[in-house]
Design a protein around this ligand. Structure first.
Ligand SMILES: [Ca+2]
Length: 544
């Protein structure tokens, strides 16, 4: 029941937010002075490009106006407006570094998901590399680029919200329905992952972003640690920052530790990246009443989140029989296909899809420019305070509006934050969360194979884009050497792990892990039953 940890607990909801207040859009010190992109006067980045479609329950089993529904989220963030203009993510690849992707309906179209290397602990015995047995990565992939069969059909669409066939309320469709997902699996069937696996996955993505037939412009990373060192020394932040500097925009979850100290998770705390906090639509499509949930990390004055996106009670694709689906405390199942989840994970996936839409329209834009577009056009949100009502924190530039971003004129921007050296401690990246084989914890400056990890040497290789040599990383073989058709060649691990124990699958069933590192704050969520989230707020009847 690892998932039912501290982040599952119901936090007391803050009593007040300054109603109607606005947070100034942040002008981070690291941005070189550039004029903000100018929104076209003719653009109308309103929340709802069309009236509500159907009312009541769709064929999917939920109300498309339920603000956890993809049809609502894509309206709130302006994606539906983008689709009508042809911006669907086509031609853009999004690397989902997560627990794998299962080919459930919505993600099972030919070519929709490309399986990259499986770097997870499942790999030595995985019958199907890249498969998601946990249920997190599939949820994220669906939010980013899910697309039910038939959603592309032409002709009349009486149940469409707009002129785009992707707006059919009876189909599950993510933010960038024609983007392609590159599944880079690092989390095992129980969610376990070491930080070295995530670093390796980021490095792999950078090196293969432009392999023939590929165009990886975005990494969606709903993973974070409570690193105890500054970003400019941290090896995980270094890997992510190097991805950014090699042209891959890294969208990273801020974490779900709520309003406590406020620091965003590693690697989102690296200011080059897009750090994503969460928005709660408060059960209305209009955005004026939106709030930042108590569980969402906001960041600090020096490193706030960059933007927020809907992340409360989000309806995603489920992996039936997967880890999340089968948890006893899972009250978020919605029929057989769907699962509700809340967290900055979900918000991150939404933003990753939005960045894919921007990358389609502006194929030569740098991540800095895409970030500037997204932040400059976000809708400011009210300032929020700590639970003790003393410390002001921020929603960054606010709630993303990709419709407005696509209507704005991009102005090349350059971030000038202190660059990461990545020469700090690997173990400080892990902080207090790490994997164990039941006997020996994976600690210290070593990877999952027990190879010494020289952070400075690795940082130098990353800067040169050559951390990987074929399927070798940090002197061990992690995977195959290249593509086999549309799938990365897998290669079973041999030898021993960090504790000198042979790699066998059975051992991993005893591994322990704090699943909360995947920054979903709760699957199904006990918040449903807390005072604020009574059934009356969220039942279908309330929407009718
Ligand atoms: Ca609202």
């Amino acid at each position: 029941m690892q998932l039912l940890g501290r982040r599952w607990a119901v936090a007391a909801l803050a009593g007040t937010l300054a109603a109607g207040g606005t947070a100034a859009a942040l002008a981070p010190a690291g941005w070189a002075a550039h004029p903000a992109p100018t929104a076209s006067p003719s653009a109308s980045p309103s929340a709802s490009p069309s009236a509500s479609g159907s009312g009541g329950t769709s064929a999917l089993g939920f109300d498309p106006d339920d603000t956890g529904a993809p049809q609502a989220i894509t309206r709130i963030v302006g994606a539906q407006q983008a689709w009508t203009q042809g911006w669907t993510g086509r031609g853009v690849d999004v690397a989902v570094i997560d627990t794998g992707v299962a080919p459930v309906p919505g993600l099972d179209a030919p070519g929709q998901v490309i399986t990259g290397p499986d770097l997870s602990f499942d790999s030595p015995d995985a019958p199907t590399p890249g498969l998601d047995a946990y249920g997190h990565g599939t949820f994220m992939a669906g939010l980013i680029a899910g697309r039910d069969a038939g959603a592309t059909g032409g002709g009349a669409c009486p149940r469409c919200l707009t002129s785009s066939p992707f707006s059919d309320v009876d189909r599950y469709v993510g933010v960038a329905p024609e983007a392609r997902v590159i599944d880079v699996k690092v989390g095992a069937a129980d969610g376990a992952a070491d930080v070295t696996q995530v670093i390796a996955a980021i490095d792999w993505t950078v090196q293969h972003a432009h392999d023939p037939g590929f165009n990886i412009k975005v990494i969606s990373l709903s993973y974070g640690t409570d690193s105890v060192q500054q970003y400019d020394r941290d090896p995980l932040a270094q890997a992510a920052e190097q991805a950014w500097k090699h042209g891959v925009a890294v969208v990273a979850a801020a974490g779900n530790d709520g309003r406590g100290p406020g620091k965003v998770a590693d690697p989102a705390y690296d200011p080059y990246l897009i750090a994503v906090g969460a928005d709660d639509p408060m059960a209305t499509l209009a955005v004026g009443d939106d709030r930042v949930p108590d569980w969402a990390q906001h960041g600090t004055r020096t490193r706030p989140v960059d933007v927020v996106a809907p992340g409360a009670h989000v309806i995603g694709l489920s992996v039936p029989g997967g880890w999340i689906d089968t948890q006893a405390g899972n009250t978020g199942r919605l029929g057989t296909r769907f699962q509700r989840g809340s967290g900055t994970s979900q918000a991150t996936a939404v933003v990753a899809g939005a960045v894919a839409l921007l990358a389609q329209k502006y194929p030569t834009a740098t991540p800095d420019t895409l970030k500037a577009l997204l932040t400059a056009t976000a809708r400011p949100m009210a300032k929020v305070k700590n639970n003790d009502n003393t410390t002001e924190l921020y929603a960054g530039s606010g709630l993303i509006d990709v419709g407005a971003a696509l209507s704005a004129t991009p102005v090349p921007g350059t971030q000038t934050w202190d660059a990461s050296t990545g020469s700090g401690s690997l173990d400080k990246s892990r902080a207090k969360e790490y994997v164990t084989d039941g006997t020996t914890d994976l600690r210290g400056e070593q990877d999952i194979f027990g190879r010494p990890f020289d952070t400075a040497a690795m940082a130098a290789l990353q800067a040169q884009g050559r951390a990987w040599t074929g399927g070798l990383w940090n002197s061990s073989r992690w995977t195959g050497d290249g593509w086999s058709s549309s799938r990365w060649t897998s290669s079973r691990w041999t030898g021993a792990d960090w504790a000198g124990t042979a790699w066998t699958s059975s051992r991993w069933t005893g591994m322990t892990w704090d699943s909360s590192r995947w920054t979903g704050s709760g699957w199904g969520s006990s918040r449903w039953t807390s005072s604020r989230w009574t059934g009356a707020n969220w039942s279908t009847a309330a929407w009718s």
